[in-house]
Structures are given as structure tokens and as C-alpha cells.
Design a protein around this ligand. Structure first.
Ligand code: NG1
Length: 451
């Protein structure tokens, strides 16, 4: 756990806590959001990612309680007060409610905390832009988990905690991977993190000092509650179906049973793109074509998937493009680590562009606004630019030469927010440019306890 002087922002939360509850907080906790440089939708497929922890964080001031009650307060009025007993943590609030992220942390840790567990009264302040692909949700889960461990005087190894919390966050309904919790917990100043999964491994990769990471919010929100949740969860399902078809094919080809959970589990078995196309095509596949190719009945498939129903996208299952994105994106992550290690920002930039193109056309997670934002960033001298995070809205990440950052931010503000967005989505700019719509960030240390 980190010990440091509270930042001015943290001191404000500390003061507000004293003001509201008339007792000083006995715990201060911070958990950063993250931005992913490259490696999108690879984590749940078992392939690596390359994010960094950013200097926008969730902050908590709290006191330990002697009972098992959890009281959640928020400095931001949009997030109402929530309370529950620890014994009720498994019963979720409504979909998308902020209290569910706290509950997810408690559920993830329930086996680690001696009973009777103690609760807390906590005041939150969130400076990670929400629904923007910057992992505000995982920062919240991580912060709550560290607080819960602290009030119960339990220590858990960071890597283990990141794995536990990745599984726990699925409680909120997202079939996500483990990138966000690991980045928030294990961030390293000045470094991106090459994160591998199953088992979780983290290697810091130094960022080139002559460049800064700039985050631009498209201001199209992608909350994981409605269509963005369905669209997100569709991708892991399509990848899982691709795994089933490939296993069937490879078993036949090699004459031995091949079984796998994720695409990365098949990486060591030679397979050409032509073979993949013949196994996973035609694109898209109807449910009937899928079952026919799998030589399975629907109940058999549902049993394997451990699901009650098969959500069928109106435009069919797009297994081949999803597969192609994931395997190429995984190779780009390896190449990106090398490019960063050699300080080759141009090579890194080319990889980011290829990643964005693949996210747009193969994984179909971009939007017209994200595409325009990437174009504008490149026009104004970014070495590389791409959408970041789950997609369907949210932010882009750009690599910009340090001395150009100021002019870059001014040019993107003018061309994207004040010109493009003001014309195409005027409602997003009604109250002027929101705070933190565009900012340069340093890579910061992972989450920790300050007091
Ligand atoms: P964000 O951008 O925080 O919604 C999601 C997943 C990640 C990863 C990325 C896409 C969660 C909590 N996070 O991130 O695991 O799959 O999308 O690369 O589900």
C-alpha cells in the first residue's frame, strides 16, 4: 500500500467528509482510471493489452464502522446515497447503478474477509470521466475493494486482487476481461503496462519521454447499461463461438481432441487465414448455419456456453472479422512494446492507426465521431491516434510530441468540438466544452491507501 501526502483534490474530499459527518476520515484511497494504448478487446480472448494508469482518479475518504453496514455518499449530486448491509451485497441495485460497483468489490472479496466483516461510511469523488472508455467503473471497484480490505485489516497480493476483481466486476453484467482492474492496481509512473492474462502477468514498458498521451472524449457516451452493454457482450460471445468452431476443425485436422476456452489458447496450433476463413465463414452466419457448422443442437450449444438463451444479433454472427481483429491486434501489441522500447514513435503511430482501422471495420466498435476525431488528431500531427476502451463512443488516445501538445489541444478543440460536433451533435456542446473533454495525461502509480 502506498503512503503519500494527500493531493489538493484528495484534501478537498477529506475536508468535505469532516464537514458532512463531523468526524475526520480515517482512510483516504485513490484508484486511477486507465487508457489503453493498443490491444482492444484482446483481454477476454487471453491476448495481451498495453494500457497505462492515468492522472484522473476515484477518491474516497472513509471511516471504518463497527457493524456490517455500508454507506456510500458521493460529492457529485448525480450519484445519490446508497446503503446496504454486507449480507445483502449479492442483491444488485438496478442495472447501471453506481452502488453495484461497490457490491461487486464486496462479492469478489467475501471469501477473503474474516466474518463478521466490518462495513464503512465513505464519501466518493470521481474524476474519471464516466462512460468514456477510461474505466471509471473499474477504478470504483478497485477503490472500494482497497477500502473494504483496509477496514477489515486484510492484505491481498496485487496480482491476485486484480484477477479477483476482474471476475467480480462481471457482477454488474459486463462479460469483460481483466485489463482495467490490473491497470488501476498496478500502474507505474512513466510506464505503460504490457498485461498478459490467464495467468495475469504485468511488465512495465517505458513511454518515450519526448511524447505525451492525449485523451480526447468524443462526448458520445457509451454507458454499459443499454445498447452498449448488449453490443459489448456480443463480442465475447462471437469470439467464444469462433473458438468452438476452430476446436472442432483442429480436432479433425490433427486427429486429436483440441479443446480451448479462448482464442489465445489456440495460438500455438498452426492455422492459416484461408483455413480460418473456411471454418468461420461465410460472414455473417445465421443461427441455423452456426449450429450446422458446429454439428450441434441449440440445447447442446447452450449447455456448453452455460447460458439459458442464445442472443442472436439481427445482422448475424460475425465470427471471421472478429477473429481476424483479435489475432492481428494481439500481434500489434507485441510490436507496440518493441516500438516503445526502441523509442520509435512513428512505428507506434502506424500500429495505432492499423488498430483503429481494425476496430472500425472488423470489430465494428467505432463511431463516426471517433473516426473523425482520429482523422483530426492525425491531421494535427499526432504520431498515432485510435479509439480506446470498449468503443461505441467514449475517447480516443493520441501520442503527441511533447512540444506540440498545447497547439494540438487547441487545434482539436477547434476542429472537432467547436466545428464538427457543434454542427453534427449540437446537444453535446450546449453548455460549452465540458471539463476534461481533452487532456494530456502522465502515466501514474496504481491505486493505494494514502492515510
Ligand atoms: P472499458 O473501456 O472500461 O469499458 C472494456 C472492458 C475491458 C476490455 C475493453 C476493450 C470491462 C470492465 N472492461 O473496457 O476488459 O475488454 O472494454 O478492450 O468490462
Amino acid at each position: 500500500m502506498t503512503t503519500a501526502t494527500p493531493s489538493p483534490e484528495m484534501q478537498r474530499v477529506q475536508k468535505e467528509f469532516l464537514h458532512r459527518f463531523a468526524v475526520p476520515a480515517d482512510a483516504l484511497i485513490r484508484a486511477p482510471g486507465r487508457v489503453n494504448l493498443i490491444g482492444e478487446h484482446t483481454d477476454y480472448n487471453g491476448y495481451p493489452v498495453l494500457p497505462l494508469a492515468i492522472d484522473r482518479e476515484i477518491r474516497i475518504a472513509a471511516i471504518r464502522r463497527s457493524d456490517d453496514q455500508v454507506r456510500l455518499h458521493n460529492c457529485r449530486r448525480a450519484f445519490g446515497e446508497r446503503s446496504f448491509a454486507l449480507s445483502e451485497a449479492a442483491v444488485p441495485f438496478t442495472l447501471g447503478d453506481w452502488g453495484n460497483y461497490a457490491k461487486a468489490a464486496m462479492i469478489g472479496l467475501q471469501d477473503r474477509i474474516p466474518h463478521p466483516a466490518r462495513g464503512f461510511t465513505a464519501l466518493f469523488d470521481g474524476a474519471v470521466p464516466p462512460a468514456a472508455g477510461l474505466s471509471s467503473s473499474s477504478a470504483l471497484v478497485v477503490a472500494c475493494a482497497l477500502l473494504f480490505l483496509h477496514v477489515n485489516e486484510v492484505q491481498v497480493d496485487r496480482l491476485e486482487l486484480a484477477e479477483l476483481l476482474a471476475r467480480a466486476e462481471q457482477f454488474v453484467g459486463t462479460a469483460g476481461g481483466g485489463m482495467d482492474q490490473a491497470a488501476s492496481l498496478l500502474g507505474r509512473p512513466g510506464h505503460a503496462l504490457k498485461i498478459d492474462f490467464f495467468p495475469l502477468r504485468v511488465r512495465p514498458v517505458a513511454l518515450p519521454g519526448a511524447y505525451r498521451v492525449v485523451i480526447c472524449n468524443s462526448l458520445i457516451a457509451a454507458p454499459k447499461t443499454e445498447s452498449a452493454l448488449l453490443e459489448y457482450n456480443r463480442r465475447p460471445l462471437e469470439c467464444r463461438l469462433a473458438v468452438l468452431l476452430l476446436c472442432r476443425y483442429l480436432s479433425h485436422k490433427t486427429g486429436r481432441p483440441v479443446s480451448a476456452q479462448r482464442l489465445a489458447d489456440l495460438a500455438a496450433i498452426p492455422l492459416t487465414e484461408e483455413e480460418a476463413a473456411s471454418v468461420l465463414g461465410p460472414n455473417p452466419l445465421s443461427p441455423a448455419q452456426l449450429l450446422d457448422r458446429l454439428q450441434m443442437s441449440l440445447p447442446e450449444l447452450l449447455r456448453i456456453l452455460d447460458r439459458a438463451a442464445l442472443p442472436t444479433p439481427a445482422d448475424g454472427f460475425k465470427l471471421l472479422p472478429r477473429y481476424l481483429h483479435v489475432v492481428h491486434e494481439a500481434a500489434r501489441v507485441q510490436a507496440a512494446c518493441q516500438a516503445l522500447e526502441q523509442g520509435d514513435a512513428e512505428a507506434m503511430g502506424r500500429l495505432m492507426e492499423a488498430s483503429h482501422a481494425s476496430c472500425r471495420s472488423l470489430y465494428e466498435i467505432s463511431t463516426a465521431e471517433l473516426d473523425r476525431l482520429v482523422e483530426i488528431a492525425l491531421e494535427h500531427g499526432a504520431a498515432g491516434s485510435r479509439l480506446t476502451g470498449a468503443g461505441f463512443g467514449g475517447c480516443t488516445v493520441s501520442l503527441v510530441a511533447r512540444e506540440k501538445v498545447h497547439d494540438f489541444i487547441a487545434a482539436v478543440t477547434r476542429d472537432y468540438y467547436e466545428t464538427f460536433l457543434a454542427k453534427h451533435k449540437p446537444e453535446t456542446m450546449e453548455n460549452g466544452l465540458p471539463q476534461d473533454a481533452i487532456f494530456a495525461t502522465d502515466a501514474v502509480a496504481g491505486a493505494g491507501l494514502i492515510l
